[in-house]
Design a binder for this molecule. Structure first.
Ligand code: AMP
Ligand code: ZN
Ligand code: FE
Ligand code: FE
Length: 285
């Protein structure tokens, strides 16, 4: 039974498996096409393409950009983009810079709570320029300050917890525009983060669509049947593309596997052609 997975993280951001390792897991799960969607970085794509060619897995270039509107953090996935585009890469570098401004403040908070941690340790553990809170969570696990990533977030790192520091984030409209300028299709990731349903979500998606949003991540590891149905209906109603993926991270989300999520995820390969066609349409060059 072939399936696809359009939402995966690697060691190039806060995932714990390299692109080649993710591809091996995808192969085992009978995934025939996948998108690497690291946070604010595209450097994992070449390794994925090489491994994909060996295993017969099609690689869709992708990225995930965090944005904020009001008090709501929304993640925008970009697909089929010209990932080497210099302007896009400048934008992504600036987003990574905002991580390096925020992260030491998180470390300061943790230190003031008595935890012996430094940002140098986090950077060494991360081994990439796109450093996120899951890396800090992993350091806290390594040092036995937390028993799991969830524990680290619940105790220290999540919004409202003592070491939470907000990061400067672009508006969704900006993230969408950057993706489209690189010929990509912009998709709203894990729409539950919008914290609205029904008419509220309809309004939000209508606004985002006017700003250039092309699709919505209907199929996702943690979605209930009811959520999947609601998002599918909204996609149809608003003429948005349907996508889906696991949001695999490895050890910081230990219950989620490549291709199958929590076991019941199945993203159809039929979703792929419309996505690629939309990108072609967006990008004549
Ligand atoms: P950052 O981009 O550095 O602000 O970190 C946010 C990322 O942390 C999200 O994209 C998720 O991948 C991850 N994350 C958020 N909450 C949790 C949690 N409770 N457990 C594990 N990972 C989380
Ligand atoms: Zn992540
Ligand atoms: Fe996300
Ligand atoms: Fe993600």
């Amino acid at each position: 039974m072939s399936r696809i997975d359009l939402h995966l993280h690697t060691t190039h951001s806060d995932g714990s498996f390299s692109p080649a390792e993710v591809l091996r897991l995808a192969h085992k799960a009978e995934v025939t096409a996948l998108a690497i969607t690291d946070h604010d970085i595209v450097s994992g794509i070449p390794e994925a393409i090489t491994a994909g060619a060996e295993l017969g897995i099609e690689i869709i270039p992708g990225v995930e950009i965090s944005s904020r509107i009001g008090n709501t953090e929304l993640h925008i996935l970009g697909y089929c983009l010209r990932w080497q585009d210099p302007e896009l890469n400048q934008r992504l570098a600036a987003l990574r810079e905002s991580r390096h401004s925020r992260n030491p403040q998180i470390i300061e908070q943790l230190r003031s709570l008595g935890l012996d941690v430094t940002y140098e340790e986090v950077r060494a553990l991360a081994g990439t320029d796109s450093v996120g809170r899951p890396h800090i969570a992993r350091l806290l696990m390594d040092k036995r300050y937390a028993t799991s990533a969830k524990d680290a977030f619940d105790r220290y790192l999540a919004e409202g917890r003592p070491a939470y520091v907000a990061r400067e984030l672009p508006m969704p409209a900006d993230a969408i525009a950057w993706i489209r300028a690189a010929g990509g299709v912009a998709v709203l990731a894990h729409p539950t983060w919008a914290k609205v349903t029904g008419e509220g979500l309809n309004r939000l998606l209508t606004t985002l669509k006017a700003e250039g949003l092309g699709g919505i991540e209907v199929h996702y590891s943690t979605h209930t049947k009811r959520q999947t149905t609601e998002y599918l209906d909204l996609a149809k109603r608003l003429n948005l593309l349907v996508t889906g993926g696991s949001d695999f991270h490895g050890i910081t989300k230990p219950d989620i596997e490549v291709g199958t999520g929590r076991g019941d995820l199945k993203v159809s390969k039929r979703l792929l052609d419309p996505l690629k066609e939309a990108a072609l349409f967006a990008s004549p060059s």
